[in-house]
Write a protein that binds this ligand. Structure first.
Ligand SMILES: Nc1ncnc2c1ncn2[C@@H]1O[C@H](COP(=O)(O)OP(=O)(O)OP(=O)(O)O)[C@@H](O)[C@H]1O
Length: 629
């Protein structure tokens, strides 16, 4: 993704202006889409408040006139009633409308936040997986996650403030011009310094946030690690809390030092702007006094002018405040906009348009190499592999030899750096990703433990059709977890996380069976299981694999395992070493070859045999030995 939005590439004023206009339009559109009635209510109330403020000046002027008349002995108390009631009504109107507007703002703000959160989620869940290999992407995602929720509405709010203040300014300004024409232009001058300093403040804020994103993410992570359930036991066991706390303090310390510098610079800029505005205000009041001494305005007019000047000062600051808010939020919105458009473009570019055949045609790797982004060493080198319909293939090899990476490529989750993955006889890259993926069920070693109910932990395997409870149970039965789930306090409706009230927790092996059930529930033609049984006890693993073929019911399967008792039952075993296929064939063929596979198999089998006489865990080991030899 382009980094320009994060870095602030030099740009001409014209382009910046056009971009700002586009962003303003975009933010208004989002607020409008989020809730039309609330948008219109806010707009109407804003106009009402502004009108009431402008009306107040005129009424004050009339009231002062009447009061002066009273002081000079003309008119009775009744003449004051009208303007006083009008002033009270206008003040009440402005206050009530202002209060209602604040409530409407709050609710509309949440509607906008929801809409934007959904857009960010849509992009974050559809960008090619490579993005998650890049720290720049995480930085951007973090900024966008925070800013997408609030900034679009802040821009709308800024525009509303601007509109309201402009209406009030025109109204009050007209009253002021009527009092004396020179007062308004003088007062407007006071806003100029605020405009300049406001822009600078916006830029300072954006640059500060961009510079702090990585620190912020590590702080969030360090905080999360210390307060989340999975890490809690290890932190206690390893007594790593002091180090984590020191790391957090160090990160926060750096942030606070930077923040202090930033706040000083911002306050200085802001102070200069406001000082200049105050000087202009003082100048206007002096001019007013001078006009009174010259007899150009009457005392009651001067009184109304003082009120108008005070109100106008507030409104003009409102205008420039609105402009500043728009400008500052505009920079963040630009970042959000670029994230969304770049993300969508990347998702589109990575997706093909061809429909895959309805029946799974087999998947074939030809000369496939793959290097993770930012990595110098290839994870796969010139791999050829065929996975024909109905075959059960096992991938074996040492840690880091490339098994998971190959599984990801065959599932269409990554594209090869060079070489081709064919779906049948056509390149996988040209096909519609969603259509291909609907033919694949894949469970990785680090599968997700969803903090939802047992039913949903399985039914998330296929969400494009309504949940089928019978199939959920059937899948759980096949993976051997049905009894455990049915026996939970709320059966299949028990939430599998203690994070939420009434939640419960499963063992590692039970979780793994739930994940396998999710893969079976998907009912896909190609099933990829990456170390599916590592946490299962040997008997459970034996049961699963002895019935795997019946369960697969003619489906194609690729599984990764370090347990050779499991591997030997595959039609074909593919041995990877340092990213390359070094051997492949059936168990008997590979044993006869007496190469890498035979060595790994024999070492594992011997270690089981050597340990068989040990008194601990005898049953499991003896059982494993039975099956590996
Ligand atoms: N996201 C990643 N970014 C960079 N390098 C990676 C990434 N994931 C894996 N690697 C590297 O790619 C190589 C192959 O990793 P892979 O996970 O495919 O191995 P594996 O055979 O599945 O290992 P294991 O048996 O430990 O699960 C390793 O050298 C690993 O360090």
């Amino acid at each position: 993704m382009a980094d320009s939005a994060a870095g602030g590439t030099p740009e001409s004023d014209g382009r910046r202006g056009r971009r700002l206009l586009r962003l303003l339009g975009g933010s208004l559109r989002v607020s409008w889409q989020a809730s039309r009635p609330l948008f219109l209510t806010m707009l109407a109330l804003q106009v009402l408040v502004a009108g009431a403020l402008a009306g107040q000046v005129l009424v004050v002027s009339a009231l002062l006139d009447v009061l002066l008349g009273l002081a000079e002995g003309s008119g009775g108390l009744a003449s004051v009633t009208g303007p006083v009631l009008a002033l009270a009504a206008l003040t009440g109107l402005a206050t009530v409308a202002g209060g209602l507007q604040a409530s409407a703002r709050r609710v509309l703000g949440e509607h906008v936040a929801r809409l934007m959160a959904e857009e960010v989620q849509e992009v974050a869940t559809s960008v090619p997986l490579e993005h998650f290999e890049s720290a720049t992407f995480y930085d951007r995602l973090q900024r966008v996650r925070v800013n997408a929720l609030s900034r679009p509405f802040q821009v709308t709010q800024g525009m509303f403030d601007l509109l309201g203040s402009s209406i009030a300014t025109v109204g009050v300004g007209a009253a002021l011009v009527a009092l004396h024409p020179v007062l308004l232009p003088l007062l407007a001058l006071g806003g100029l310094p605020l405009l300049v300093t406001g822009r600078r403040e916006g830029r300072l804020e954006f640059a500060f946030r961009v510079a702090q994103t990585t620190n912020e993410r590590e702080r969030i992570y360090t905080n999360y690690v210390q307060s989340s359930r999975d890490e809690a036991k290890e932190i206690r066991a390893f007594q790593s809390a002091p180090w984590l706390q020191a790391r957090y303090r160090e990160l926060y310390g750096t942030y606070l030092a930077d923040l202090a510098r930033h706040v000083r610079r911002r306050a200085l800029t802001n102070g200069v702007g406001n000082l200049a505005a105050a000087v202009v205000l003082a100048g206007v009041l002096l001019v007013l006094a001078w006009l009174i001494t010259r007899g150009e305005v009457t005392f009651s007019e001067a009184g109304a002018a003082v009120v108008a000047v005070r109100m106008l000062q507030g409104q003009i600051q409102g205008i420039f405040g609105g402009v500043q808010q728009i400008f500052e939020s505009g920079l963040f919105l630009d970042d959000v906009h670029a994230f969304l458009t770049d993300g969508r473009a990347a998702a589109r570019a990575a997706d093909g348009s061809e429909e895959p055949p309805a029946a799974f045609p087999g998947v074939f790797a030809h000369g496939v190499s793959f290097t993770y982004p930012g990595s110098r060493r290839p994870a796969l080198r010139d791999v050829d592999l065929a996975l024909r319909p109905g075959e059960v293939v096992a991938l074996v090899g040492a840690n880091g030899s490339g098994k998971t990476t190959l599984a990801k490529l065959l599932a269409g989750l990554y594209e090869p750096t060079s070489g081709t993955v064919l779906w049948g006889d056509r390149p996988l890259a040209g096909m519609r990703g969603a259509a291909v993926r609907s033919q694949v069920a894949v469970i990785f070693q680090d599968f997700v433990h969803y903090a939802y109910t047992a039913t949903w932990n399985i039914a998330l395997g296929r969400t494009d059709v309504p949940v089928d409870h019978k199939r959920v149970r059937r899948s759980a039965r096949v993976s051997g977890v049905d009894d455990a789930l049915a026996g939970l306090p709320d059966g299949y409706e028990s939430r599998l996380s203690r994070m939420f009230p009434g939640g419960t927790e499963l063992s590692g092996g039970q979780w793994q069976r739930v994940a396998i059930a999710r893969a079976f529930y998907r009912d896909a033609a190609l099933v990829i299981l990456d170390e599916p049984t590592a946490a299962m006890d040997p008997l459970a693993e034996h049961d699963l694999f002895s019935s795997l073929r019946a369960t697969l019911d003619g489906r194609t399967a690729l599984f990764v395992s370090h347990r050779f008792s499991t591997v030997r039952s595959a039609d074909r075993i593919v041995v990877l070493d340092d990213g390359a296929v070094v051997e492949q064939g059936s168990h008997d063929e590979l044993m006869a070859l007496d190469g890498a596979y035979a060595e790994m198999f024999t070492v594992q089998a011997r270690s089981y045999l050597d340990g068989a006489s040990a008194p601990t865990n005898g049953r499991a080991e003896a059982s494993a030995t039975d099956r590996t030899t």
